[in-house]
Design a protein around this ligand. Sequence first.
Ligand SMILES: [Zn+2]
Length: 130
Amino acid sequence: MNWFKKFMTGRYGVDQLSWILIGLSILISLLSRLMDSKILAVLYIIPLVMVFYRMFSKNIAKRYQENMVFLNKWNLIKRKINKIIQRIKDLKHYKYYKCSNCKQTLRVPRRKGKIAITCPKCKTVMIKKS
Ligand SMILES: [Zn+2]
């Protein structure tokens, strides 16, 4: 294992983007088996090649930057998914509206009849059914 340690010195290694690429490769591979697709059977190699290229790359700054761009997008997607999950949980007790003026999302309690909703951001008043 000493030769491997020596070989990996100064190389980037594995990061979060690499793990996602490995997962993507496995997913494509499984899909190719399920769908009996020859195109997918070849395509699964692309993410794997990217993983190995990134892992053995000596341009650490560039690989780090790629991972940061990926993480920013990944966190954005995670936040949107969490927001959707939260809304589904709230569905029973709250209703969501968008302010007609500034598009701010407004959450109001359900079953209160017709209510005046005042946007906290721009103070626009809307009459809506809750
Ligand atoms: Zn508003």
